[in-house]
Design a protein around this ligand. Structure first.
Ligand SMILES: NC(=O)c1ccc[n+]([C@@H]2O[C@H](COP(=O)([O-])OP(=O)(O)OC[C@H]3O[C@@H](n4cnc5c(N)ncnc54)[C@H](OP(=O)(O)O)[C@@H]3O)[C@@H](O)[C@H]2O)c1
Length: 239
């Protein structure tokens, strides 16, 4: 007995997904809501799970929390802004000038353009910082966290050595200060895919798609992604 029958419209996660046909576990897919396209559903994957698990499980987000999302205009960030809003948080998004309007349009209460303003020098204090780009030192984040606030580091420098150093700093610092610093890697959980599916079905989350590439253009897609300035997700279509 399986949950699905041939022809059901589903989305989810699998390795080697850049292909016309893929094979994955039943537990890695859920039914696609009717109000999102296949392209939008394909954009959910790890990005939305990272945003959900980072904010809810690691960040313990609560209604009314002041939440700052650093890297708000990218694949994970655009989900994070919308998911944080769905939890009733007050969201400040950090992105560059060209993305300010887009980030505001998906629900951010305030947008800080990092090319003009450094949020770690501001007067505002945050209950939760969700960091996707690791652009500042941990002491700088401490300055703008509330006394018992949490900083969840989900992304960082591309070099493995720099990432390991950051992980070590997070581990050490969180032992000695009242604030909580956490680094994590998202896990594939069917119940979380279902959670995101329900948010999309309710119109609370709509994946933001920057560019679409054909399967034959996959290398261009990856090259663009590696530049680190995607505006939401990029999607590769099998058609
Ligand atoms: N922990 C996990 O399980 C997990 C899972 C998925 C991804 N990640 C990591 O999370 C990070 C983000 O992934 P992603 O897919 O969202 O990346 P992405 O789609 O490439 O987006 C990166 C975003 O960062 C923004 N950005 C660049 N410099 C910035 C700065 N100085 N301040 C603020 N924003 C800046 C860019 O916006 P502008 O163009 O406006 O600069 C871009 O929108 C990556 O390091 C990735 O490896 C971790």
């Amino acid at each position: 007995m399986t949950q699905f029958k041939p022809g059901d419209e589903v989305f989810g996660v699998c390795s080697g997904a850049l292909a016309e046909y893929v094979c994955t576990r039943e537990s890695a897919v859920v039914a696609k809501p009717n109000n999102v396209t296949f392209e939008q559903a394909a954009a959910v994957g790890v990005a939305a799970l990272t945003a959900l698990q980072g904010l809810r499980d690691k960040g313990k987000i609560q209604p009314g929390h002041k939440v700052l999302i650093n890297g708000a205009s990218g694949g994970v960030g655009t989900f994070a802004v919308q998911i944080a809003k769905s939890f009733g948080a007050d969201v400040t998004a950090v992105c560059s000038t060209r993305n300010v309007d887009m980030v505001r349009s998906i629900g951010a209460d305030r947008v800080i353009d990092y090319t003009h303003e450094d949020f770690t020098n501001g007067a505002q204090r945050y209950d939760l910082i969700f960091d996707l780009v690791a652009t500042h030192s941990l002491p700088a984040y401490r300055r703008v966290l509330t006394p018992h606030g949490t900083c969840v580091v989900a992304g960082g420098p591309p070099k493995v050595r720099a990432m390991l150093t950051l992980a070590f700093e997070v581990l050490v610092l969180s032992r000695f200060v009242s604030q909580n610093f956490v680094m994590f890697v998202a896990k594939l959980r069917k119940e979380d895919l279902t959670f995101v599916r329900d948010l999309m079905a309710a119109g609370k989350v709509t994946p933001v798609i920057d560019r679409r590439y054909r399967l034959s253009e996959t290398s261009d897609a990856i090259r663009y992604l590696e530049e680190g300035h995607a505006r939401g997700k990029i999607v590769v279509t099998a058609a």
